[in-house]
Design a protein around this ligand. Structure first.
Ligand SMILES: [Zn+2]
Length: 179
């Protein structure tokens, strides 16, 4: 999917391959627009997302009937003014990431755990967590942090170099054709 260079090619590839996968939500976008393509095992639906904060879990986007989504929206929107910079600089991403890490580590005090984001109980145990930020000057100004395990126990590692490699791969064909 990372090698697709536009939304049409992503959507075309998903149409051809969705039937081979269990139900999923696929988020993709650029600085101007973003989409969510959902496969429920029978139907493929693509929707354009409005600008702003969204939480995507296993069901519908921003599904307030889902306790986990409701909890995440509440936590992400807390102190939104100070954590969502308008003019993006690398240091601002760091502040935003630290806020989002707190969201990913969240253990709701309720006994039924339905709203808990960092799950330790099978079969819904959290197995990994990723934070990705697309900079306003393109992939070369983006950030990607990832961890394997529970966010409250493991530490995120910086894999930003991987986004730089994707950017180089996407440029390669154009450079070849003009040579
Ligand atoms: Zn935890």
């Amino acid at each position: 999917m990372l090698h697709q260079t536009n939304f049409d090619s992503i959507q075309s590839l998903v149409k051809k391959t969705a039937k081979f996968y269990k139900p999923f939500n696929l988020f993709y976008g650029n600085l101007i627009t973003s989409y969510l393509t959902s496969w429920n095992g029978k139907r493929l639906i693509t929707e354009k997302l409005s600008p702003g904060i969204h939480v995507i879990s296993t069901g519908d986007v921003d599904d307030l009937k889902n306790a986990k989504v409701r909890r995440a929206l509440e936590l992400v929107k807390k102190n939104q003014e100070t954590t969502m910079p308008q003019d993006i600089l690398p240091t601002d991403w760091r502040d935003l990431f630290f806020h989002l890490i707190q969201v990913c580590k969240d253990h709701e005090p309720e006994k039924d755990l339905k709203g808990t984001i960092c799950r330790h109980d099978k079969p819904v145990k959290t197995v990994a967590s990723s934070l990705f930020a697309l900079g306003n000057r393109g992939v070369n100004y983006s950030f990607f942090w990832h961890l394997v395990g529970n966010p409250c126990q493991a530490s995120y590692r910086d894999y930003t170099q991987l986004t730089r490699k994707v950017a180089v791969l996407q440029r390669a064909p154009a450079a070849t054709s003009t040579a």
